[in-house]
Design a protein around this ligand. Structure first.
Ligand SMILES: *[C@@H]1O[C@H](CO)[C@@H](O)[C@H](O)[C@H]1NC(C)=O
Length: 381
């Protein structure tokens, strides 16, 4: 009902001033409407789990891995293709803060909330081709090990690091190498001060030292941005609401409907919806550019949230997807058995999640899934 009211108010506003944009323009004169506008923006950010919109990032390219991941889980509209593809609902890509010449890395995870559940963490390193050619014949493989640096209180220097992951790899190879570092990230999350970074060691097969020009990884300092070392963190923030098939989630504290103007063609369709037309799903495009968020959202540019509109008269056919409760209410209404009983409401009865790829305030790239954002179908409830 609230949705219908708000959309009604938006449409009324749009009719009064055809070019008016609910969020960016003053749609009313009083300070009241200004208050509504800022409250609407605040609530909208809340839906996306934020207090303030992140700062714009200019023309920074998001890492290809994160773009590929987004395209794997989301369609062009940002709608989740398959809810089982991603285990949690948040993936972040962090860049190395040390930018050291050594193969030593430090990632600042302060943007991750303590309440988030760490599912997996990976160190992504880009292996470069060997620089020197003369030693080729002698070595074919190397052993690459990733260590977590620990507080070295003990005198014995071997005790100040913990092995996280180790692998043999061909010396000639080039491309991304991924190491699991979940253990280290879990310990950093429980004690932020323990984050002393990661160290990578490269050895020959017998444990001997290799010529450093032979096995190299790209550093954030001297190589292209697209090859920067990255920590990829998979978490779940617990906001995901388990949906039971055929039922809707409890929507107490449900998101404020997105106050976006519908594209003209959509609105005219809507206007033509005849009086008494049956409950149906209609487009409702949420345009991040119009909301003023296109500077920090990488993808999508917007999405179709859809909305439900139409009447639910007696008798309710199965195509109205009525609940038993709605059927009974519609009968009571038709028979006028009790005064003041309306016909059931036309509301979303299946909701899909969308994905957002964006830069956070710390310059990390975040892929986040938001549940219940798109009306998949409508029914009389
Ligand atoms: C991590 O980032 C936060 C916020 O950007 C900053 O306040 C903090 O000092 C940083 N921590 C380290 C160890 O650099």
């Amino acid at each position: 009902m609230f949705t219908v009211l708000i959309i009604g108010a938006l449409l009324a506003g749009a009719f009064a001033r055809p070019s008016a944009n609910y969020l960016e323009n003053d749609f009313g004169a009083g300070s009241d409407s200004e208050g509504v506008r800022s409250e609407a923006l605040r609530r909208l950010l809340e839906v996306f789990g934020m207090e303030d919109p992140p700062h714009a990032r200019g023309h920074v390219q998001p890492p290809q891995y994160m773009v590929d991941l987004y395209n794997t889980v989301a369609d062009v509209d940002g709608v989740t293709k398959d809810p089982n593809l991603l285990e949690g609902n948040t993936v972040r890509g962090f860049f190395d803060k040390l930018r050291s010449e050594e193969i030593k890395f430090m990632f600042n995870l302060s943007t991750v909330s303590k309440s988030e559940k760490v599912l997996a963490a990976e160190l992504h390193l880009f292996k470069l081709r060997p620089q020197s050619v003369q030693t080729f014949s002698r070595h074919h493989f190397c052993q690459v090990s990733v260590y977590q640096l620990l507080n070295g209180r003990k005198m014995d220097s071997t005790l100040d690091k913990r092995l996280l992951s180790s692998r043999l790899m061909p010396i000639h190879s080039s491309g991304w190498e991924v190491f699991s570092i979940t253990q280290a990230v879990r310990s950093w999350m429980s004690d932020e001060g323990s984050n002393l970074g990661l160290l990578v060691s490269i050895r020959g097969l017998g444990g001997y030292q290799l010529d450093p020009s032979l096995v190299r990884f790209a550093s954030g300092r001297s190589h292209h941005q697209s090859k920067q070392p990255m920590l990829v963190l998979f978490t779940d923030d617990g906001r995901r609401t388990p949906t039971q098939e055929g039922t809707l989630n409890d929507h107490s504290g449900s998101p404020l409907p997105v106050p976006s103007r519908e594209p003209r063609v959509v609105r005219s369709l809507d206007e033509e919806l005849p009086q008494g037309a049956p409950c149906q799903r209609l487009p409702l495009y949420v345009d991040f550019e119009e909301i003023g968020w296109s500077s920090w959202i990488v993808s999508p540019r917007g999405y179709n949230a859809y909305h439900c509109k139409g009447s639910c008269p007696f008798p309710l056919g199965q195509n109205m997807r009525p609940t038993n409760h709605a059927t009974v209410q519609s009968i009571i209404n038709a028979l006028k058995l009790t005064r003041g009983i309306d016909t059931p409401c036309c509301v979303p009865d299946k909701l899909f999640s969308i994905n957002l790829l964006y830069f956070d305030d710390d310059g990390n790239v975040v892929l986040k899934q938001y549940d219940d954002m798109v009306a998949g179908s409508c029914g009389c409830h």
